[in-house]
Ligand binder design. Structure first.
Ligand code: HXC
Length: 257
């Protein structure tokens, strides 16, 4: 393919992005960031794609930002280039994104998984924010998304000690959507993505936006945002079709209009 660090495929209405730097445990360097965000934005702009899967290898989803690339940088470098800010492009994608996580999801890898909307984890998955062990802190949203996902006590524990946590603990904390045997992780993620992609794209993308508002705002603002997003679904053909199909006891045929 035209990519150096990822593999891009499609399966029906599902776009699949596989991180592919096996020798570096999929460490997130600048090239990989640019390629992942670019591929996700391309899928987002493709009307034939209704959901995206991001996955790694069986050993590592991603072992973090590329420490070898980062180690030579100083303050002026990271501020000057707004290091990591391109990842914000992934959080602006409207298409639902499912992470299929086997093995290590550490540092930036854990943060990448948390940018995704649904996390399917294999039973060998390991999560953590070990940045403190390198004398830095999370830089791709980890201190914010982890805290909102699991609460202050657990986020402080993980981010201040830098310890890894196994999938059972991550599941108990509500960090992941489902845990499956590692052999089934990608298949399950594709099934979930396929299910999402079979829905009205408009409804799915508005639902994603509404849930994200809960993450990004206070309750009152979130409720108001949800209300107006909900009202807007009544301007779509898919709302008419979806409700008519229920009343007529048949499957809906969404036109994504
Ligand atoms: C660059 C990495 C890497 C990383 C692994 N490698 N993680 N290279 N950046 N984050 C490389 C190793 O150097 C090694 O290359 C090869 O991948 C295999 O890794 P090993 O360490 O030999 O594998 P193993 O012994 O199985 O240990 C796996 C591991 C360990 C526990 C995941 O690799 C590890 O601790 N990695 C770093 C995890 C981490 O600290 N992540 C957070 C990064 S900071 P060679 O060439 O030697 O074979 C971060 C910051 C976000 O994400 C924002 C803050 C600014």
């Amino acid at each position: 393919s035209e990519h150096e660090t990822i593999i891009v495929e499609r399966d029906g209405r599902v776009g699949i992005i596989t991180l592919n730097r096996p020798k570096a445990l999929n460490a997130l360097n600048t090239t990989l960031m640019t390629e992942v965000v670019g591929a996700a934005v391309d899928f987002d702009n493709d009307p034939d794609i209704g959901a995206i899967v991001i996955t790694g290898s069986e050993k590592a989803f991603a072992a973090g930002a590329d420490i070898k690339e980062m180690s030579g940088k100083d303050y002026s470098d990271v501020v000057g280039e707004q290091f990591f800010s391109a990842w914000d492009g992934l959080s602006r994608v409207r298409t639902p994104v499912v992470a299929a996580v086997n093995g290590y999801a550490l540092g930036g890898g854990c943060e990448l998984a948390m940018i995704c909307d649904v996390i399917i984890a294999g039973d060998n998955a390991v999560f953590g924010q070990p940045e403190i062990n390198l004398g830095v802190i999370p830089g791709i949203g980890g201190s914010q998304r982890l805290t909102r996902a699991v609460g202050k006590a657990k986020a402080m524990d993980l981010i201040l000690t830098g310890r890894n946590m196994k999938v059972d603990e991550a599941d108990k904390l509500g960090l992941v959507s489902r845990v499956v045997p590692k052999e089934n992780c990608l298949t399950t993620a594709k099934e979930v993505a396929g299910t999402i992609a079979s829905k009205s794209f408009i409804a799915a993308s508005l639902a994603k936006e509404a849930v994200n508002r809960a993450f990004e705002s206070g309750l009152g603002e979130g409720i108001r945002a949800e209300r107006s997003l909900f009202y807007s679904t009544f301007a779509t053909d898919d709302q008419t079709e979806g409700m008519a199909a229920f009343v007529e006891k048949r499957e809906p045929k969404f036109s994504h209009r």
